[in-house]
Ligand binder design. Sequence first.
Ligand code: ATP
Ligand code: MG
Length: 391
Amino acid sequence: MQEVILLKDGELILKGLNRPQFEHKLFKNIRRVLQNVGDFSIEQAQSIVYVSAENESAFLDIAYKKLQKVFGISAISRACVVEKDMQAIEKAAPLYLEKEAKGARTFKVAAKRADKRFAYKSPEIARKVADAVGEVFPHLEADMKNPELLITVEIRDTAAYIHGNSVPGAGGMPAGSCGRASVLISGGIDSPVASYMMARRGMGITAVHFATPPYTSPRATTKVMQLLKIVSVYSGPIACFVVPFTKLQEQIRANCREEFFTILLRRFMMRASTRIAIAQDCAALITGESIGQVASQTIEAITCTEAASSLPVLRPLIGMDKEEIIRISRRIETYETSILPYEDCCTVFTPRHPRTKPRIEEVEREEARFDFAPLLDEAVQNAEKTVICPE
Ligand code: ATP
Ligand code: MG
């Protein structure tokens, strides 16, 4: 029996005249995800994308799993393709859906007739298929409101398609369809989740990571790369810039008041990231900040960090609890890597009593205690670029 994967467009449906552009990106992303899985044909009719294997070397099972991580898709199902003949459809439905039917107690059949030349109308098709399935699986009871198994029969121009329950797609907008932003990525739990969330809204991702060797271990940077590799499965390839921040941090420590260390470091991170972001055509920065989570994330501290960047700073986690963030990180599979013990910020530079309500005038006064401009230039110039691609 020939099988295809059906993908339902998500929010693209709302995009009116711009829709072709979004669909173009979605197709490109689908092709990218399937490039090593075999030869597939990808076609679209109305708001459904049909992915079918061109030959036997294409693995539908793998494709089905991979497509569940592609943004811009609201639901995914596997369907069998049947000739447009009522008897053939009645025969194929119980055969193709055997496993699902055995596992369910209630069912319903919905039919859609896109090809109006087909001799039977939708309610008749649904009734006939329901009878055929009910005959083979007499334990199944009809439930029109909340069926455990929803069987859908679609009569299209070229063929009929039969499928059982859909699984949810990754939602959001096609990666890369809504501009590009640069994420300040640490090895923690939050910033990978923040990257994922903005990629889900269709943003292409560039990453900036600050390293403080020899105070921080090279394993911390490796860990960041591993995290970005997981994020890239969703977002597509990510260019990551690792910026050496040791000299700058040492100068902060030598010249400034300890309680301001963290907020000063954050502001220098913002400045360096803004420069890299602009050079990389990014329209915004992304951070994993969440109000009140730590001393540097009070609204007063965020006001001071924000003032150091001329770009909008997107903080998708700002109103979320740690528990909610952890739940997402488990789901997207960054959690296990994030909790590995290699710290990316050394305790040598962490103040014992950080200022929780810094005022911008005070912070600027601290910054004026040393000439940071050449150090910042040097750090940005020495940033090392690595392009990270999904497996
Ligand atoms: P995360 O879990 O993302 O590390 P966090 O809760 O540990 O966040 P902070 O350490 O205060 O919070 O960092 C706040 C944000 O600053 C991070 O989410 C990240 O966007 C950015 N950031 C922190 N450290 C670095 C770093 N070494 N390189 C790049 N960005 C960083
Ligand atoms: Mg952190």
